[in-house]
Design a protein around this ligand. Structure first.
Ligand code: HEM
Length: 546
């Protein structure tokens, strides 16, 4: 009998040990609140799928468990933090958990900076940061301007009735800007630029697919063949560009030069070129797409940005390093677009020793997600978080907010996005160039929904219409404000007239007295006679006969 009891106890204990060992939640050796795995193999992956994306899953996780919470990314116990105070505590951590980014390895390559930690990671990163130092940034203005001019030229050939695919057009701008600044003059060749863009689109499409469904199809499927072909084309092109650059007389000015300088290892050079390109395209494409969408849906804000452009730059000046900081309201608009659009929803770090976060032990090698997007939408920090309101970033409001509340480029371990200043310059050059020429409005009613991948993009194309004028022509202006009249006027008369209309519309006393002199009124009258008088107000004593 005793033998049987001992045997039974042994069996039960073994069973218990086996259950404990194979149940991932049992390996949780921390007091951090959070979720148990839904399935043994996949942890909470199915919950992430049900939420729609990792960002939406994290929003819910933090809502339920507070600013520090744990979950199972497959078999890997993972912690997420979502408060400015916790961000600050983690602000010195450099290393990234390769496990969370492995999905991108087939595109960017295992030798990429993305997977490099420790002393090697720090020194490579430090070298690359020089490509974004103050002096080096000045060289990029012209290249951004060139890319913006191409876009304006293309848009100028459209009619007001045309429906413009916003993301598609901004994509071409963003890829042109990135290829010129990262890889250089090789991409002045338009055909090459477009084929690179096609290959990139296919390769990135596959990455997005894998974020939702990590199952990798077999090598001989059409999907994989297409992906391999696209990646091989990109790598082959980058190889040629590197060779070309090594022989170029302009070395030392672009991101590629820092990459070549740092390493003789061809695999690492190619991998980092592709890493910087992928880092650049989708982030800036989507920042600018969201920004123009917000402006198209907030006419008053668009008008205010336009006024600032006219006040600071006038009709002709381009954005440069001495006037960039004066475009303060435009910068607020870009910041609010980064916040509201949650462009890059999360970053992540790891430490190879036990640490403490928010009073809880974090076991060594546990990935810690920085839920940047959750904090950007935290209503305690941002009342009415989904409202687009650039005034959140005026000096007064910024002064009263925790500095870690707004970290759209990451913040930790001197490894935040290396190109964050570059991204502001690119956005502001582009916005100034476009908004000076066109007023952007939505085409009809559209439901615009975000998809929160590694970068947040609209679920479907956003269609806009442009009220604008023919490029490079001082004559043949089309009224910016919907009068549907083609006028032959000088640029200056046009803007003068517009100013007058705005004055008429806004002056509480109508147009009389102090606002306009007699001669101004007379010429305005002549010009106005050719317009539909939609801004007209009663009480005007002199003016157009309509
Ligand atoms: C709207 C624009 C952009 C946003 C919101 C953005 C956001 C981010 C974020 C959140 C990270 C992770 C930081 C971290 O781990 O703490 C990152 C890393 C990175 N970004 Fe950006 N980024 C933008 C533009 C760019 C551009 C234009 C480039 C290239 C020219 C670029 C290249 C990179 C690279 C190479 C990394 C990895 C750095 C490393 O591993 O050390 N990004 N970015």
């Amino acid at each position: 009998m005793l033998d049987f009891a001992i045997f039974a106890v042994c069996c039960l204990s073994t069973l218990l040990i086996v259950i404990i060992w194979f149940n991932p939640s049992s390996k949780k050796v921390t007091t951090i609140p959070g979720m148990n795995p839904t399935s043994k193999e996949d942890g909470n992956i199915s919950d992430i799928g049900r939420a729609g994306s990792l960002h939406e899953f994290l929003l819910d996780l933090h809502e339920r468990y507070g600013p520090i919470a744990g979950f199972w990314f497959g078999q890997i116990y993972t912690v997420s933090i979502a408060s400015p105070e916790l961000f600050k505590t983690h602000s010195n951590v450099f290393d990234k958990p390769a496990s969370l980014f492995s999905v991108f390895e087939p595109l960017i390559g295992s030798a990429s900076l993305q997977y490099l930690n420790g002393a090697d990671g720090r020194s490579r990163r430090k070298h690359y940061d020089r490509a974004f130092g103050h002096d080096r940034l000045s060289a990029y203005y012209d290249m951004f301007q060139r890319a913006a001019d191409v876009l304006v030229k293309n848009w100028s050939s459209k009619n007001e009735q045309d429906h413009i695919p916003l993301s598609e057009d901004i994509f071409i701008f963003a890829i042109r800007a990135a290829l010129l600044t990262v890889l250089g003059e090789y991409f002045y060749n338009e055909e090459l630029l477009l084929s690179f863009r096609n290959a990139y689109e296919k390769a990135w499409g596959e990455m997005e697919h894998r974020l939702i469904d990590p199952t990798i199809p077999s090598k001989d499927t059409q999907r994989m063949k297409q992906f391999d072909e696209a990646v091989n084309y990109m790598i082959e092109t980058v190889r040629k560009v590197v060779q070309h650059r090594k022989e170029s007389a302009h070395q030392g000015q672009l991101v590629i030069d820092n990459i070549i300088e740092f390493s003789e290892n061809e695999e690492a050079v190619n991998a980092d070129c592709v890493t910087f390109l992928t880092g650049s395209f989708h982030t800036t494409l989507n920042l600018l797409t969201w920004c123009l969408y917000f402006l198209a849906t907030h006419k008053d804000i668009q008008e205010k940005v336009y006024q600032e452009i006219m006040d600071i730059l006038g009709e002709k000046d381009q954005v440069n390093k001495s006037n960039l900081s004066q475009l303060k309201y435009m910068r607020q608009v870009v910041d609010e677009s980064l916040r509201c659009g949650v462009i890059a929803p999360w970053a992540a770090r790891v430490q190879n020793f036990d640490s403490v976060l928010g009073g809880h032990k974090v076991p060594k090698n546990t990935p810690v997600i920085h839920a940047l997007g959750v904090v950007l939408k935290d209503e305690k920090l941002w009342p009415l978080p989904n409202k687009f309101d650039p005034d959140r970033f005026n000096e007064e409001n910024v002064k009263h907010r925790h500095p870690y509340a707004f970290q759209p480029f990451g913040f930790a371990g001197k490894r935040k996005c290396p190109a964050y200043k570059y991204a502001y310059i690119e956005s502001q050059v582009m916005l100034a160039t476009i908004l000076r020429k066109f007023q952007i409005k939505m085409h009809g009613e559209q439901v615009v929904l975000p998809v929160y991948g590694l970068v947040t993009h609209p679920a479907e194309e956003i269609w806009v219409q442009l009220c604008g004028c023919a490029q490079g022509s001082d004559t043949n202006w089309t009224c910016l404000y919907g009068c549907e009249t083609n006028l032959s006027l000088s640029t200056c008369s046009f803007f003068f007239l517009f100013e007058m209309l705005v004055c008429f519309d806004r002056s509480p006393e109508g147009v009389g007295g102090t606002v306009a002199s007699e001669s101004v009124l007379r010429s305005a009258g002549t010009l106005l006679s050719r317009f539909e008088p939609r801004h007209w107000r009663p009480g005007l004593t002199e003016g157009p006969k309509t």
